[in-house]
Design a protein around this ligand. Sequence first.
Ligand code: 5GP
Length: 114
Amino acid sequence: MSEKTLFTRIIEREIPAQIIYEDEHCIAFNDINPQAPFHALVVPRKPLPKVGDASVDDAQLLGHLLLAAGTVARNAGFGHAFRLAVNNGAEAGQTVFHLHVHVLAGRAFGWPPG
Ligand code: 5GP
């Protein structure tokens, strides 16, 4: 059996995190190293390593993650303006290889992103 990912260990409460949302398919918790006044991660229970590893069978799950991200932002009072980010691969800044959507809010965001 492959090793559990860090985020699976958070989902299974082996590692503590500030969990702010949970449903059948995903969980959201505050990022340990926030890059904005509000910074949460929406993580599917299914440990897909990267969004690029998703298949057509995951289409509903991927949509669900975006809907959950919107709910998380709204629940935190940032429904009017938030930034979603998904890093795919180390060169794109991914450090944890369990798919996650960053939800950032509470400050202005530049474009293009860094
Ligand atoms: P990535 O760089 O893979 O897109 O994002 C990984 C994110 O996970 C980073 O923003 C990092 O701060 C966050 N992170 C890493 N380890 C932990 C942890 O143990 N707990 C929490 N809450 N966040 C973590």
